[in-house]
Write a protein that binds this ligand. Structure first.
Ligand SMILES: [Zn+2]
Length: 235
């Protein structure tokens, strides 16, 4: 492996790979944190398993057996799932200065290192199908492209990137971190007390993930965002 034109030792290579994986897993956790789902992160494991460098376990995202009918909240859930699945590669590609975009990286990893238990690309694809209710290759890829752009964009925000690097710095190779500890580190680096951190960014993020304009947001939070989405849908 060449870094800055110099050959680096296998040990240094290994350390560099671990830093990439740490930023990848931190990216997933930060995505949950930003969307106010930080509590859903159960743990982040930096134990290499097969071809993957680690994993971030979350609960309470898409329930494949949920009978929820077509609604805006279903669509928003699908979008959030896609965003979460793509955030690992988005953070990793920013760390590696690998760009052009996380979707290319996601696809590359999927082609070369797909694991039997699935990978980020498959999860993102599932989320996109969930969002639009139908299995439709074209619609699904359009959603992946759109949300892949959002995932790349969000990590370019200095506050988001600071939170990501703060968490990645604490992720040690071969060690598992509890979701509670991860949340504490992210909250401290973020520094705000917003219930849903992404709301502190440009107001377009509220439209993107909650399908409501900024001016309705405070009211929506007061009554519970998910109820509000259903209200809008019925209206
Ligand atoms: Zn991942």
């Amino acid at each position: 492996m060449l870094v800055d034109g110099k050959q680096i030792s296998p040990k240094a290579q290994c350390l560099a790979r671990n830093r990439e994986f740490a930023h990848h897993e931190a990216g997933h956790a930060v995505a949950s944190f930003l969307l106010g789902e930080g509590d859903a992160v159960k743990y982040i494991s930096m134990l290499a398993m097969g071809k993957r460098g680690g994993c971030t376990m979350s609960s309470g995202r898409i329930d494949p057996f949920c009978a929820e009918k077509w609604s805006l909240s279903r669509r928003a859930k699908g979008y959030r799932e896609v965003f979460h699945s793509m955030a690992g590669c988005a953070a990793q590609s920013k760390f590696e200065s690998w760009r052009p975009n996380c979707l290319t990286m996601l696809w590359d990893v999927h082609k070369h290192a797909a694991t039997p238990e699935g990978d980020d690309f498959e999860l993102a694809w599932k989320g996109a199908e969930f969002a639009q209710r139908v299995a439709d290759g074209r619609g699904t890829s359009l959603i992946l492209e759109k949300i892949g752009g959002w995932a790349d964009e969000v990590f370019d925000d200095p506050r988001v990137w600071k939170t990501t690097t703060a968490l990645a710095a604490k992720l040690k190779y071969g060690v598992r971190m509890t979701g509670k500890d991860a949340c504490r580190i992210m909250r401290r680096a973020w520094g705000g007390d917003e219930t849903i951190p992404i709301v502190a960014l440009d107001s377009k993020w509220i439209r993107r993930f909650y399908f409501i304009p900024r001016r309705l947001y405070d009211e929506a939070v007061m009554y519970g965002l998910s109820n509000f989405q259903d209200e809008i849908h019925r209206a």
